[in-house]
Design a protein around this ligand. Sequence first.
Ligand code: ADP
Ligand code: MG
Length: 698
Amino acid sequence: MSSNFIEIFGENVFNDKAMQKYLLPNVYASLQSVSRGAQLTIEIADAVAEGMLAFATERGATHYTHWFQPMNGLTAEKHDAFLSLDAYNRPIKFLTGKALIKGEADGSSFPSGGLRATFEARGYTTWDCTSPAFVREGGSGMTVLCIPTAFCSFSGQALDEKTPLLRSMEAINREALRVLKQLGVPANSVVPMVGGEQEYFLIDKEIAKYRKDLTYTGRTLFGAPPAKGQELEDQYYAPVNDRVSAFMDELNHELWKVGVLSKTQHNEAAPSQYELAPYFSTANIATDQNQLIMEYMRTIADRHGFVCLLHEKPFDWINGSGKHNNWSLVTDTGVNLLKRDKSGPNKAFLTFFIATISALDSFPELMRASCSTLGNDCRLGGNEAPPPIISAYIGQTMAGDLERVENNKGTTDGAGVEKMTIGVSSLAVLHKDDADRNRTSPFAFTGNKFEFRMVGASQSLAFANTALNTAVADQLARLAEKLESAADKEAALNDWMRESVVEHKRVVFNGNNYSKEWVEEAVRRGLPILGNAVSAVETLTKERVVEVFARMGVLSREELAARQDIMLRQYAKQMHIEALTMLKMSRKELLPASVKQLKAYADAFNALNATGLGLDSSVEALLRRVSEGINGMHDAVEALAAEIRKEEKNEVPLARARFQRERVRPAMEKLRLAADELERIVDKELWPLPSYGEMLFV
Ligand code: ADP
Ligand code: MG
């Protein structure tokens, strides 16, 4: 399908090439200066809108939308037709500059965490000219021009995920430039670059539709382990089957059109699990693109008869899905500040490397909280994903570098490149990577970037990067202050490095993060262990966290509290839906099916007795087992129902979420155990749910 990929890449993006074609040279130049910080006038906006209108309608768009990301982690849009009437009531194509740059979302229906009362329900969307507009073709539906926008309240408070991310990018740019100036490294801007690897499952739509749990919650709430899971390791990197391959082909094709450079795809470790990695871009664009990737995955899967599951843990017993957030800092002169030279670390690299490690150790709760959702709770610490302890893997080379810093042995070793041979002379001699793969660390240095692996598969990338940018910017600000006032800058830098390494090296762990020993070691080191989303999200309003966001100008106290409120409510609502779904499925599907089985065995038992032959029979044992199973499950259903009733009385978000975690969740687990036991012994013809085997191995 995609043989003409060079032509189609970015063809629906209002990118540089499109701007040059659709805008007059002076308008194009003005817009360029706007993206570098100049004021956007209504004259420029009008001219840009005209060009965008031509661009979009040539591609079949009939509507435009301000495309934004409210605080529920999803995207939102409201379509407006380009169609209007002129003074003589004749239909015309129409898009004004005003409509392009500013919209009103009558959005009392978006979560605001108390930032906006319903009587002042107005929210405003404003054009983000740093992320390009694009035309989204509708398949069989409508074709729409999507204009990425920020979303804020009347008084300018952020009501979305994008605004804080953009502010955090400004903060890290500002502070990094201060530091670079002191180091004598020329640069006009520093931008965090992000590549988000996306894991997902594809399940046959015809099978998935029989599972209310998948439909309502995105994960299975019941299901006995299949005879085969992922133990044969026969899925990871295995050849992709034709049906999935057709899906991937269309997905790539559609993503390329809207300028998302989906680059790598492969089978993941669990059956029916896959991964897509796009080529990295600025944190802002990468976040927008990740939203598009998730949206396209869902809609294109549907066209191919699949359901795409982006939940962090759709199935027990096998791996869940994450979203690895690869992050680096790049200057406008093309220097990746987090790339270690093969010949040894240079001063700028070591500075930014140490600042990042220090940031991680200074705000571990924040980093943990940024990945805290109900879904991710099911995944973290499950021997397939990092445990809920923030640490960094830096590899042996960097460990050596930091040791030299600590012992004041200078900052470069010039040790040269270590060669690695693999014993087959016909194969090229590989240069040994600076950091070997460590797949268990939540935050791993991979030679030219850090990979934050805690983010959940269904989450927006925005908050994790907002948190990371802010924490690192804060370290850079402290350093900049020191250097700016130091007489001997070289000595001041060395002191800062040494002190930082001494203070923060406890966050470095190069071993196996999945091991029991690491948890014990982390306790000894005094690293926080936030075992669940609720206790992690609670820490968001700790004074230190409030202060760093305020200091860096990223989130005000109120904005942060709103985010916390929303995260807790989201957790509570989702858990509530899961618990109710379990009750419904149990009462209306699983118990009735089990009773049919009971009756079948009882009939058989009676029929046997009626023969009068006095036959010895295990039917009685089967009958008893099913009967006991039903009793156990019924008790578990009632126990869960009782906890839900108590939970519903609780209005305070934090208290409610805590109660759910402590009381509702365990009751759900008991019910699942009881139901899974029955699944094992009830006739497959009677059991109403497709089994794990049927879902995962078709
Ligand atoms: P790995 O094998 O370490 O996972 P890949 O080269 O496959 O590395 O890249 C994984 C992701 O990281 C991709 O999305 C890629 O574009 C992104 N990436 C590569 N270099 C950088 C960088 N300097 N900054 C941010 N992301 C990057
Ligand atoms: Mg990776």
